[in-house]
Design a protein around this ligand. Structure first.
Ligand code: NAD
Length: 335
């Protein structure tokens, strides 16, 4: 039997690159599409389309002959970037999302998965560090993150409409903070685990790093191996409504720093900068529905997953020739 042909958009990015590797290992024929090829290591995709997916013609070319679409391409970054670039982000993502939905529908693809975000959840439910975990139904009535979160919420609705009105089988996955090797770690688009790993890699034992806010803001963090496995399980599940994909292991940013410091084997002093954006005060994933639908949830603990992540970032910022693009593996115990 011929291998199933699938498309991963955003295949030059962090999660997309890992997803392509995972799908090819499962025996799929994969086309990657992105405006750039992966920065760290070559892609495993059988075909790679370098194109700007804001252009509808590029979306059409990407979807041609494809059975399933994993739509991950997005203009995004950490809290500093998404709070400073709302117009650009909302415009770019709206163009890409509508273009890909239209192209998928026109090409007659079977299934379309959209990578949404915990940024769709209302601000007023995330004002305490000791936050109640967020359930899927909490997204409405809406008060999402301006720009990036609002656009994701709109695309979630578009997926619902294309499913009900146009018979496109859609999946909507709300990722909660994904980290791991081969992700952006500098340049302003990196997220907290990568930024903190980079800062700690660059100091001596006992040195000081800057932490945004007072560090008591809370989050949960999911290792990218759990993320790609969850994506594929959700695609197969037949479940079309939004689903959280994250861990419910909530930590403060100060605790995250301590966990990275332990992985690095360094003592670290924290200098808090309260003028820097810190996003919502508290956020955690309620995985009740995920467990009901999949009988599975992410299981890599932050303390385990951060070790290969830190080592990979440390090797990038203090390069050793042989380590530059090597991808550290989790130990079998960790998964
Ligand atoms: P990433 O930035 O590493 O990957 C996104 C990719 O999209 C990049 O390679 C980028 O080049 C590509 N892209 C952007 N604009 C494009 C354009 N005009 N044409 C073609 N390609 C374009 O981000 P990621 O962390 O891999 O995130 C993947 C998806 O998951 C995104 O939709 C993101 O919003 C979502 N998400 C990620 C997280 C996280 O913690 N990483 C959390 C919530 C949601």
């Amino acid at each position: 039997m011929a291998a199933k042909r699938v498309l991963v958009t955003g295949a030059g990015g962090f999660i997309g690159h890992h997803l392509v590797s995972y799908l090819t290992r499962q025996g799929y024929w994969v086309r990657g599409a992105d405006q750039k090829r992966p920065e760290y290591g070559d892609t495993a995709a059988q075909e790679f389309l370098v194109a700007d997916l804001r252009d509808p013609a590029a979306c059409t070319a990407a979807a041609e002959g494809i059975e399933d679409v994993y739509h991950l391409a997005a203009d995004m970054g950490g809290i500093g970037y998404i709070t400073a670039q709302r117009a650009t982000i909302a415009r770019n993502n709206t163009l890409m999302n509508i273009g890909m939905l239209e192209a998928a529908q026109a090409a007659g693809v079977h299934r379309f998965l959209f990578s949404s975000s915990a940024c769709v959840y209302p601000h007023h439910l995330q004002t305490d560090a000791d936050v109640s975990p967020l359930r899927e139904d909490d997204a409405w009535p809406a008060q999402p993150e301006e720009g990036y979160g609002l656009e994701k919420l709109f695309m979630e609705k578009l997926c619902e409409y294309y499913a009900s009105d146009l018979d496109l089988a859609t999946r909507v996955v709300r990722f909660h903070n994904v980290y791991g090797p081969l992700g952006t770690y500098d340049g302003g688009r990196e997220k907290a685990p990568a930024a903190i790993s980079r800062k700690i890699a660059l100091i001596e034992d006992g040195g000081e790093i800057e932490v945004w806010g007072d560090g008591e803001q809370t989050r949960s963090f999911m290792h990218v191996d759990d993320c790609v496995e969850g994506i594929c399980r959700i695609m197969e599940s037949g479940y079309g409504k939004p689903l959280n994909l994250g861990t419910d292991e909530m930590v403060t940013v100060n605790e995250l720093v301590d966990i990275v410091a332990a992985a690095a084997g360094k003592r670290v002093r924290k200098r808090h900068d309260r003028t820097k954006p810190q996003g919502v005060r508290g956020r955690n994933s309620d995985n009740t529905r995920l467990r009901e639908i999949l009988g599975w949830e992410p299981r890599i603990m932050l303390r385990e997953g951060i070790v290969p992540t830190y080592r990979w970032i440390a090797a990038q910022v203090t390069p050793q020739p042989a380590e530059r693009v090597a991808e550290p593996q989790l130990s079998p115990m960790a998964v």
